[in-house]
Design a protein around this ligand. Structure first.
Ligand SMILES: *Cc1c(COP(=O)(O)O)cnc(C)c1O
Length: 293
């Protein structure tokens, strides 16, 4: 599942004497989030071997995880159930994320917000798993197997380039970032950009649960008001980035990560001569077009 590693060429970057390379996990599939695929793949192989037939997972109506996992479940031949936040959606037309999930064979079960809150509650999960006779995968798709898919990604980078100093990635649950950290050898530095407020501790715990890697930083302040919030500044950045580099970002994850990276470069956060890898985790299915926001 090799994805390309591309160098960004721009006068701003040469002036600042840093190199930025972008790991194109968005190209793993035209619309699914590459990181979601990486996080799931080892678990799905194992479940297949174990003879599991049906899986169940959770997500909101615009969830990249629901979108990507529905596709991956189908590809591996599982039946699947998506428990979706918001029972008010039950009788409404499906949005494009949910439509895609359904078209890929996912059965959608809309639950109230209060029921959805129980999604990490053991008794509730037991009940759900019995109800559907399904193996349960947490929302976001991070499991103990996830790191192996990300370790593979870091190995790919190491085959594509002979060294790098930093690797930067957007974080929601921190699973992707923790998996990346588990794949580093200790000389590189890893930087997480949280896309929602107040999650730095959770991200730190994730990293500690996946490996002993210590050389990481979680840089807050680039949440743009919180998860999925709209910002003109961010949308303009995404547009400009597209005109400069021909690479599409989106406003929930990769736009914030790249905005943060450029801002940190501007503020001389990285010493000159640094080679930085920015991970494009995908997520373009969630891209808002400016005129329909
Ligand atoms: C889910 C997602 C992330 C965040 O991944 P976590 O493992 O939850 O931190 C980053 N980028 C994109 C595009 C995603 O869909």
């Amino acid at each position: 599942m090799l994805s390309p590693l591309e160098k960004l060429e721009h006068a701003f970057l040469s002036e600042r004497q840093v190199e930025v390379w972008i790991k194109r996990d968005d190209l793993i599939h035209p619309i699914i989030s590459g990181n979601k695929y990486r996080k799931l793949i080892y678990l799905l192989k194992k479940l297949k071997n174990d003879g599991v037939k049906r899986v169940l997972t959770f997500g909101g109506a615009y969830s990249n995880h629901i979108h990507a996992s529905a596709y991956a479940f189908k590809k591996f031949g599982f039946e699947s159930i998506g428990v979706i936040r918001g029972d008010e959606l039950k009788n409404k037309p499906l949005n494009k994320t949910l439509r895609f999930a359904k078209e890929n064979g996912m059965q959608l079960d809309f639950v109230s917000r209060s029921e959805y809150k129980k999604r990490n509650d053991l008794d509730y999960l037991k009940w759900l798993s019995k109800k559907y006779n399904a193996y349960i995968i947490p929302g976001g798709g991070t499991t103990y197997c996830s790191k192996f898919g990300l370790i593979d990604m870091v190995k790919e980078i190491n085959q594509q380039i002979n060294h790098f100093d930093y690797i930067v990635c957007a974080s929601g649950t921190g699973g992707t970032f923790a998996g990346i950290c588990a794949g580093l050898n200790g000389f590189e530095k890893a930087v997480a950009i949280p896309v929602l407020k107040g999650i730095a501790d959770d991200v730190r715990k994730k990293v500690e649960s996946f490996s002993d890697f210590k050389n990481f930083k979680i840089i807050e302040g680039y949440e743009f008001g919180g998860y999925g919030k709209k910002s003109d500044l961010l949308m303009d950045f995404i547009d400009n980035f597209y005109s400069d580099f021909g690479i599409q970002l989106e406003q929930v994850y990769t736009g914030k990560m790249m905005y943060a990276l450029f801002d940190l470069i501007k503020n001389n956060h990285f010493k000159s001569g640094s080679r930085i890898i920015a991970v494009h985790t995908g997520g373009l299915q969630g891209l808002l077009k400016k005129d329909i926001v």
